[in-house]
Design a protein around this ligand. Sequence first.
Ligand SMILES: [Zn+2]
Ligand SMILES: [Zn+2]
Length: 252
Amino acid sequence: MRAMIKSNLKRHIGKWPARLLDQLLPPRCLSCGVGAQDNGRICSDCWKELTFLQGSACACCGYPFDFDHGVAGSLCGQCLSHPPAFDRARAAVRYDDGSRRMIISFKHGDRTDYGDFFSQLLVQASHGLGVAGAIVVPVPLHKKRLQKRRYNQAALIAGAFARKKALDHCPDLLIRRKHTPPQEGNHSHRRRNVAGAFRLNPKYGGDVKDRTIVLIDDVYTTGATVQACAQILKRAGAGAVHILTIARVCQR
Ligand SMILES: [Zn+2]
Ligand SMILES: [Zn+2]
């Protein structure tokens, strides 16, 4: 609501200095609503609740290791036994109590004002991923769900991430043709659920050939959704498919 009031005010008074606007409506934390340093950001207390994934991790899926293996390029057991269709997956934070509340507000609570903040987390998580020249693609929603929710949270952060990194954004490269229930169940259950749920938009037929694709979603849960999308992109000739999410479930 505050964000809406503020953007309406900005539209009406146009050229008023930002500092004056901040005096009228001082910046508030997106999450808890107390004073924050900047607009569209969270306060230091809420920041401390986020667990950033910065330590040693699987070189492929980004699963955090309990200790540093000391070998660059180490893979987790799951990636060794079932190599994923994507090349690499990275997430900014652990999906835990600290991040869950914010992501659920963003996803289901009309809190689209989180978009810029989360896209900044994606920029941080993308360091070292090799995204130069990539096409940024969100995991699509089924059109019925899109009508109900009115926005695709993955497309919001994908668009903002692409702008920040000066990359191409193609929000309708993939089409969701099946309405799949929310992410639940074990890995094989999820995989069966999403099989055949996506297809490549025929209007982009040859456009992904030899290109790097950065596929964006809000949370990496079992990886089944992004796997299904990555398979389609690889079949269409993508040179590399990297996955970027705000958060990652870290229990197996
Ligand atoms: Zn806060
Ligand atoms: Zn792995």
